[in-house]
Design a protein around this ligand. Structure first.
Ligand SMILES: [Zn+2]
Length: 135
């Protein structure tokens, strides 16, 4: 599919840090419990670090204890794109930014978390940038 924001690979590589590039453009996963937003409770909006699209808010962030920032719903349904991922011998659902196609993480369902959706958007901190709420 075509994304609103598309750039040649060399440009992404130049604009992003090596760690950001590996996750956002090469679907790497940051090590558990190392991301800057894992335990963040600051109120605000999380946007895509590659293109700046608003993706998640602190309103739907919850403590999953899984080692990555976890949300039970995206900010808007069409802010993210869900894609079946059969890598690593598993069937998972990949979560991408719908505006630029960058990899964000995976979404899991039916794990029994006490949230309204019973879904866990397990997102790499390095794929996000938090804009704290003003005032
Ligand atoms: Zn994006």
């Amino acid at each position: 599919m075509a994304y609103d924001v598309e750039k040649p690979d060399e440009q992404w590589r130049a604009e992003l840090s090596p760690g950001e590039y590996a996750v956002l453009r090469k679907a790497a996963t940051e090590p558990a419990f190392t991301g800057e937003y894992t335990d963040t409770k600051t109120r605000g909006v999380y946007s895509c670090r590659a293109c700046g699209a608003d993706l998640f808010t602190s309103e739907t962030k919850f403590e999953s204890h899984c080692g990555w920032p976890s949300f039970f719903d995206p900010k808007d349904t069409d802010a993210v794109e869900l894609i079946e991922d059969r890598s690593h011998g598993m069937v998972r659902t990949e979560v991408r930014c719908a505006r630029c196609g960058s990899h964000l993480g995976h979404v899991f369902a039916g794990e029994g978390y006490p949230t309204p959706t019973d879904q866990r958007y397990c997102i790499n901190s390095i794929a996000l940038r938090l804009a704290p709420e003003q005032g």
